[in-house]
Design a protein around this ligand. Sequence first.
Ligand SMILES: CC(C)(COP(=O)(O)OP(=O)(O)OC[C@H]1O[C@@H](n2cnc3c(N)ncnc32)[C@H](O)[C@@H]1OP(=O)(O)O)[C@@H](O)C(=O)NCCC(=O)NCCS
Length: 259
Amino acid sequence: MPSNVHVSAAYSHTEARAFPFSVHIALFKHLHQVPKSYPDVKLLPMEYQYIHIDRYGSNIATQAAKYRDLRLAALQQSPTSFSSTYETESRFSLDTWIARLSEPSKETFVVAARSTGEWVAQVTVLGPITTSIYDLPEESGQPPALPDEEEEKWQMLGLYTLPEHRGHGIAKKICQEAFNYLEVQEGQPKKVRVRIMVKRQNVAPLKMYESMGFKSAGLCTLAEALIANGDSDMIPEGELPEAFTSRGGVVMTLELDKK
Ligand SMILES: CC(C)(COP(=O)(O)OP(=O)(O)OC[C@H]1O[C@@H](n2cnc3c(N)ncnc32)[C@H](O)[C@@H]1OP(=O)(O)O)[C@@H](O)C(=O)NCCC(=O)NCCS
């Protein structure tokens, strides 16, 4: 077990006093065997490193390869969670992945396991997006955006945690890293709105976003989600099949204030 793993026991002081010290030690030593659903013990986030990708970094090609591997794992393991597909993205060259990470409008955050260096989670925020791109047709129910001088708008996408690292608060923390980045940006406007689009059947992520403060703001189509996520080239030409035009996605937004 890595020496930098810390244990947080979530039981009350009264319960804590009821356990002899040896039990605490045993818990610590066997922490890695504790099932994820164990209610009283949590890993603190020290064993994970949160990284904001530097698009100008000299190691961008290495990072792009790691990013690609994690993204393809996400598309393979959770095909119903994303608007894109493994079939499409597995064809991308390394240059395409480098270009994706280097786009000036995208800020990408990843989480690395300190013990192995493996990348285990990622999320991207895309923006600022203009009101004309942000707005959806009236039938979506999404309220019209405020003018760009009054509110900065960002789209959040691609949130994923590898299954074996889930339940440790990584998704919430990596989203918080992205929000912190947006909050410390200088300049006007001070108001920031972050939007996500989630397939309606993905109940657990919807609840998770709600617990982070996101509020429902309408329903979107797959075509709208692809455009919003910067993947409009994945929309087929010609008349679109129903899968692209039915309002099967939930739009949620979160308001932030720059510091
Ligand atoms: C959704 C996902 C990113 C959560 O990752 P994670 O690192 O395990 O999330 P966290 O540990 O930060 O959990 C955040 C909260 O969501 C809850 N949660 C997350 N996934 C859950 C699930 N599948 N079932 C029930 N609750 C879940 C957690 O209990 C936690 O709630 P709490 O703070 O009240 O305890 C991860 O399950 C995943 O990658 N899923 C597949 C891809 C996906 O759905 N991405 C979102 C696309 S919109």
